[in-house]
Design a protein around this ligand. Structure first.
Ligand SMILES: [Zn+2]
Length: 109
């Protein structure tokens, strides 16, 4: 489960920033095309944060939809999954959104 190592590195990055202040909330942005499952991150967060300054913190996860633009016809459209195919039939599509995996903000006491 790669969500575990991702959650560990996210939590490590937060601890590095806040020092030993108590964290009450963490806001994450996990794009639909990032390949990371928010529910798995929620589960891992509870386990990994135990005993750290993030223990008990509220976890909010924003899940932006994917979007892509076609290099052939220039259309921009929503991507529901990782299959990159333009409505015009072209597969020459680049992803413009939905691969985010970031800590948006952290609330501390
Ligand atoms: Zn197209």
């Amino acid at each position: 489960m790669h969500e575990l190592s991702i959650t560990q590195s996210l939590i490590g990055a937060v601890i590095e920033r806040v020092g030993d202040r108590q964290v009450t909330g963490v806001n994450l942005c996990i794009g639909r095309l990032s390949g990371v499952l928010p529910d798995a991150v929620r589960f891992c967060f509870e386990v990994v944060s135990e005993g750290t300054c993030l223990a008990g913190a509220a976890l909010n996860i924003d899940e932006p939809k994917g979007s892509g633009r076609c290099r052939d016809c220039g259309t921009e459209f929503a991507l529901e999954d990782a299959i990159l195919l333009c409505p015009c039939g072209s597969a020459d599509v680049f992803v413009t959104g939905g691969r985010e995996l970031t800590v948006t903000s952290v609330e501390v006491i």
